[in-house]
Ligand binder design. Structure first.
Ligand SMILES: Nc1ncnc2c1ncn2[C@@H]1O[C@H](COP(=O)(O)OP(=O)(O)OP(=O)(O)O)[C@@H](O)[C@H]1O
Ligand SMILES: [Mg+2]
Length: 268
């Protein structure tokens, strides 16, 4: 059962389209309790990034639109509130591809994340980021584009922390990183969570996400097809087969695996 703390985020029955025609989310719902770490898993094209864009307010710049449903943040529907106001109210995000500004220096990148923050607070938070990542401090006056992939991910996360978010929304933070860097990112997310930030994490790396999360949702073709604690999902043979890559022939979706197993059971 999902933690029953007060909800920081509740997505209700969300439907979206791109370019006025292409339906992606088809009635998606999920909850993030205060202090929770929730993972959203699913195959390519399921609509995970679209869900996060809807939550953070970035759907319109991608020619997308919410056609139905609600997004409650601290109990208030924010689906029509602009992206920067959501940041100001405590929603931080690192979207796909860790969009840092490659031509700006490391310290300028950090400053760009300090939205509506006074100078003293900004400098304190920058100092905290440098303490966390001495590597960023060493390179604070260098262009961020020269950082390694892992360092850029650390910078992207640190930049987001400059606005002191209450909810951190992450789209595939492990993508394209070497295994040792993935475990650093995992530790960092744990630390941020311990400091009191609630987390919504989209991942292709299901094993990593299940280690971090206290509740998991699985999205396929725009709908949640399964949810549960990592313990519950680990016991589910279909999840093991498709998401954790344990046993089985190649399948393209959780539902397909489920269907196939049922049939196999029925035939045997
Ligand atoms: N700006 C856009 N305009 C039109 N269609 C889009 C746009 N962005 C995404 N889509 C489509 O919406 C569907 C869902 O895409 P989305 O990026 O949300 O999936 P995802 O689950 O994040 O996939 P991935 O694991 O590959 O990141 C896909 O069919 C995709 O092609
Ligand atoms: Mg995506």
């Amino acid at each position: 059962m999902q933690n029953q703390n007060k909800l920081i985020l509740e997505v209700q029955n969300l439907e979206t389209v791109y370019h006025g025609v292409m339906r992606v989310l088809r009635g998606m719902s999920l909850k993030v309790p205060e202090g929770g770490v929730v993972a959203l898993l699913g195959p390519n094209g399921a609509g995970k990034t679209t869900a996060l864009r809807s939550i953070t307010g970035l759907l319109d710049i991608h020619e997308g639109k919410i056609t139905k449903g609600k997004i409650n943040f601290f109990g208030e529907d924010i689906s029509k509130v602009s992206a920067h106001i959501r940041v100001w109210r405590g929603m931080g995000q690192v979207m796909e591809g860790r969009r840092i500004f490659p031509e700006l220096t490391v310290s300028e990148n950090l400053q760009s994340g300090a939205f509506g923050v006074g100078r003293k607070t900004m400098l304190d938070r920058m100092e905290a980021a440098y303490e966390r990542f001495p590597r960023l401090k060493e390179r604070k006056d260098q262009e961020a584009g020269y950082l390694s992939g892992g360092e850029q991910q650390m910078l992207a996360l640190s930049r987001t922390l400059m606005s002191n978010p209450k909810l951190l929304v992450l789209d595939e933070p492990s993508l394209g990183l070497a295994p040792n860097i993935v475990s650093q990112v995992k530790e960092l997310i744990r630390e941020i969570h311990k400091e009191g930030v609630s987390i919504l994490l989209v991942e292709q790396n299901a094993a990593m996400a299940m280690e971090l999360a206290d509740y998991v949702y699985i999205l396929e073709t725009g709908k949640i097809v399964r949810d549960g604690t990592p313990e519950e999902l680990r016991e589910d043979e279909d999840i093991q087969e498709f998401y954790l890559g344990i046993g089985g022939e190649k399948r393209t979706s959780y539902r397909e695996v489920k269907h196939y197993r049922r049939r196999k059971r029925w035939l045997s």
